[in-house]
Design a protein around this ligand. Structure first.
Ligand code: XMP
Length: 509
């Protein structure tokens, strides 16, 4: 495996992704990790990431410089290279000219990182500092017009540094450079597969949990379903899942889940019907934040009282993913972690002192989907679009009533059917309907109508941090609109949301 030291670059997840795409396993670690701890992980190589700080600043992040004595190959990227230079006796200074964007790299060697790479290749730069003098034993291996030391190497020690970012797609031969580091320099083997990950994860769960009991909150989304499947493989009946029907779900959602996970896979699931309690508490509540708070609070109460019925439970399983972990521990954890916090389900049941089991915590979303496929999870669950915890409550603008919930459910069902039929379901990050709190005039048959308006929202996205409104074909939009107005009583107008995130959010509330 490879250890990546996180100096706070916005591209750190990309480094991890590139390494894993080469089928080599990797971890991102905070700079507080010691050389000894790194050694214990037995990595074949270390990558020092980029970061927003300047190495000559007072509190710039540093990792234990004993890593240079471990005999492990090291690749520095941007700030990571500056750290290497500074630690080994070279000098980094503010550059005369900031270099940002594309730059043509002129290589001086066809070995090491640059084996099989043309003499001139396009790279992507983002730096305000540059290397003034190299540490002993290093040579310059590439330059650009603005940057004399665009890459350096100490081949004897297998230390390499680049000023550009090989992990971003704009660096044309970036993946090749990373492959050269992993396979030629570190001697890694491309042996990491989802199957091997699943096997390791099952062993790890067995070791952690032993013959104790585990509780899991099942939402119907891919993360919690895959978590359930993995833990079920490890400990079978000692896993109990709790599914809370809050009355804010989509049409047939609870039934489908029951069919797929409980009946088909024999997973132990308790279905708690609590819709009346939720809907009562939401009576006459229009404010989005209040809606979220009420739903979160009741969810915890219901979940906790159900969990307390399970005797001798020592563990709580969660489908936490890697991006959540990275964001909360990043050396420069910026505002992103704050924006996201409200999306995570609100904490642990307090009365029970449960330990956490998080088998997906080193995976990205698409890797979770691959894992789901490896575990033979039903395709419908593997490819399910994300659905927010507060459910349809935040898609009914204004007051929530049973009647309005039913209207939205029917609209949503028609929409999903058409999106799937047109082959768009998997291409979209999300597609859903929003019920608006205004009515408009229409005409149906010979009569005047005065009914609800629904908005259709469909977006493409990689991670929900940014999103584009989907350019769905007009013909498809026409079919959707027609069917909704004809088939769902209470709706006489359909509009399409053409806003991207930012500045809009994906959900309306
Ligand atoms: P926004 O609306 O902030 O949403 O652009 C980004 C992503 O997060 C989902 N979302 C939530 N998920 N609980 C959740 O579990 C929530 O309260 C919540 N709010 C938004 C949203 O569906 C989108 O995928």
């Amino acid at each position: 495996m490879i250890v990546i030291i996180d100096f706070g670059s916005q591209f750190n997840q990309l480094i991890a992704r590139r390494v894993r795409e080469c089928r080599v396993y990797c971890h991102i670690e905070a700079p507080t990790i010691t050389a000894e701890q790194i050694q214990a992980l037995e990595p074949e190589g270390i990558i020092l990431s980029g970061g927003p700080a300047s190495i000559y600043e007072k509190n710039s992040p540093r990792v234990d410089s004993d890593i240079f004595n471990l005999g492990i190959p090291i690749l520095g990227i941007c700030y990571g290279t500056h750290f290497m230079v500074d630690s080994l006796g070279g000098k980094v200074k503010k550059a005369n000219k900031r270099e940002y964007g594309f730059a043509t790299l002129k290589t001086k060697t066809a070995k090491g990182l640059f084996a099989g790479i043309e003499k001139e290749t396009v790279t992507w730069m983002s730096h305000g500092d540059s290397i003034q003098s190299l540490p002993k034993g290093f040579t310059v291996t590439a330059s650009t017009d603005n940057t004399k030391v665009a890459a350096m190497a100490n081949t004897k020690k297998k230390f390499f540094g680049v000023q550009f970012h090989p992990e971003v797609a704009h660096t044309v031969k970036g993946t090749k450079i990373i492959r050269n580091f992993l396979f030629d320099i570190c001697g890694c083997k491309p042996s990491w597969t989802m199957k091997s990950f699943a096997g390791d994860a099952v062993d790890q769960i067995r070791r952690q949990v032993g013959d104790k009991k585990v509780i899991l909150g099942l939402s119907g989304g891919v993360d919690s379903s895959v978590t359930a499947l993995l833990i079920h493989q490890a400990i079978g009946k000692n896993l109990t899942c709790i599914f809370v029907d809050n009355g804010l779900l989509r049409k047939n959602e609870a039934t489908q889940l029951k069919e797929k996970l409980k009946n088909h896979l024999q997973i132990n699931i308790r279905f708690v019907r609590a819709s009346t309690r939720f809907i009562k508490a939401l009576h006459q509540v229009s404010d989005p934040e209040r809606k979220r708070k009420i739903i979160g609070k009741i969810f915890m109460e219901v979940f906790e009282s159900e969990a307390l019925k399970i005797k001798n439970a020592d563990f709580l399983a969660q489908g936490t993913l890697y991006p959540d972990i990275i964001e909360s521990q990043s050396a420069f954890g910026g505002p992103t972690s704050v924006i996201k916090s409200h999306h995570n389900v609100g904490g642990l049941p307090k009365k029970m002192k449960l330990k956490l089991v998080e088998p997906l915590k080193f995976l990205f979303k698409d890797e979770v989907r691959k894992l789901g496929k490896t575990l033979e999870l039903d395709d419908d669950l593997v490819w399910r679009q994300p659905f927010p915890g507060p459910g349809l409550a935040i898609r009914i603008i204004g007051e929530i009533t049973k009647k309005r919930l039913n209207i939205l459910r029917e609209v949503d069902a028609v929409l999903q059917e058409e999106i799937r039929a047109a082959g768009y379901y998997r291409k979209l990050w999300q597609s859903f309907a929003v019920l608006l709190p205004i009515k408009s005039v229409g005409i149906m048959g010979d009569g005047r109508t005065y009914e609800n308006i629904v908005a259709i929202r469909a977006v493409t996205s990689k991670d929900a941090m940014t999103a584009d409104w989907a350019k769905l074909p007009h013909k498809l939009l026409g079919i959707i609109s027609n069917r909704i107005i004809n088939e769902v009583r209470g709706v006489n107008r359909v509009v399409y949301d053409i806003s991207s995130k930012p500045p809009s959010t994906i959900e309306w509330e």
